[in-house]
Ligand binder design. Structure first.
Ligand SMILES: C[S@@+](CC[C@H](N)C(=O)[O-])C[C@H]1O[C@@H](n2cnc3c(N)ncnc32)[C@H](O)[C@@H]1O
Length: 284
């Protein structure tokens, strides 16, 4: 089968689920990842045939996409900060905005020597913890999640590299994590309100882990209270905290850290200008 025919037919079928540019983009990313070909191949070499040995796999992949499964789960990989992370339905697919949290975290520990200690709460795929370690060898990173399946995925990411120390714990009930006190605490905890489900796409609701996403409408900031409590005792004086937040709850979330007594509490925007992060410091 000609690659261009497979792409055209796949894109047409995906229009039932996705806007045209996204349907085209999904097909391009699919063939490029599976066949190891550059994205422009069908334009430059329209005569390209799909190798017969790859056809069944590509057809299965397309069927999964047509059932609404996210491409990253189909491929088993998602790009984060320029690296491929393994992903399965046990972990949240890393989001581009979380890369900004990593940028801020790296800036916060700029110049820190080896032995600088970092705590990543609610680590999921481990994308934040691993990126920090890979960017700054010598950091001591502890990464926590409640899900054993997520931790197994996180532990397996880069088998040849020194790994973060992964710990299974409930951030909401366990006030102390070994490995501290920490110079930096980062977290992208669950923060989507149950009532926001109505605005979310089916491929997120049907495939991504519920416990990674949702918090009760009646107590939406429970993770931030727990993180503030933990940071009061486990962040070094002068240490920094950075958390990703629900953009609908910016000032209320910031207030938790202000009331807890942290200094320099700032609400920070993502690339579209929405409140997406809070950075704070433990006073000396
Ligand atoms: C929004 S995901 C973040 C994953 C990853 N850090 C990222 O940025 O892509 C939240 C994570 O919190 C974990 N989680 C949920 N409840 C938890 C709890 N009570 N204690 C620790 N981790 C929890 C979930 O398993 C999930 O992996």
């Amino acid at each position: 089968m000609l690659l261009s025919d497979f792409i055209r037919e796949g894109r047409k079928a995906l229009l039932a689920l996705y806007p045209a540019p996204e349907a085209g983009n999904l097909m391009t990313r699919l063939f490029s990842a599976r066949l190891g070909l550059p994205p422009h191949t069908p334009l430059v070499h329209p005569e390209t045939e799909i190798p017969p040995a790859s056809l069944d796999l590509l057809q299965d992949d397309l069927d999964r996409l047509l059932h609404g499964e996210p491409l990253q789960y189909v491929l088993g990989a998602a790009t984060f900060c320029g690296r491929d992370f393994k992903v399965s339905p046990a972990v949240l697919i890393p989001r581009p905005e979380t890369e900004l949290l990593v940028e801020r975290a790296l800036a916060a520990i700029d110049g820190a020597g080896p032995g600088c200690r970092v705590l990543d709460l609610c680590t999921g795929s481990g994308c934040i913890a691993w990126t920090l370690m890979l960017e700054r060898p010598g950091l001591c990173v502890t990464a926590v999640d409640l899900s054993g399946e997520a931790l197994a995925e996180a532990r397996s990411q880069f088998p040849d590299r020194p790994a973060p120390h992964f710990v299974r714990a409930d951030v909401l009930t366990q006030p102390r994590i070994d490995g501290g006190p920490f110079h930096l605490i980062v977290s992208n905890p669950p923060y989507v309100l149950e009532r926001q489900k109505a605005q979310m796409r089916r491929n997120v609701l049907d495939y991504e882990p519920e416990m990674a996403l949702f918090v009760p409408d009646g107590n939406p900031l429970l993770f931030y209270r727990a993180i503030a409590g933990m940071a009061l005792t486990q962040l070094l004086p002068g240490g920094t905290g950075i958390v990703e937040i629900n953009d609908a709850l910016g000032p209320d979330t910031a207030d938790i850290f202000i009331q807890a007594g942290f200094s320099d509490v700032s609400l920070l925007p993502d690339l579209s200008g929405r409140d997406r992060f809070i950075q704070f410091q433990r006073p000396f």
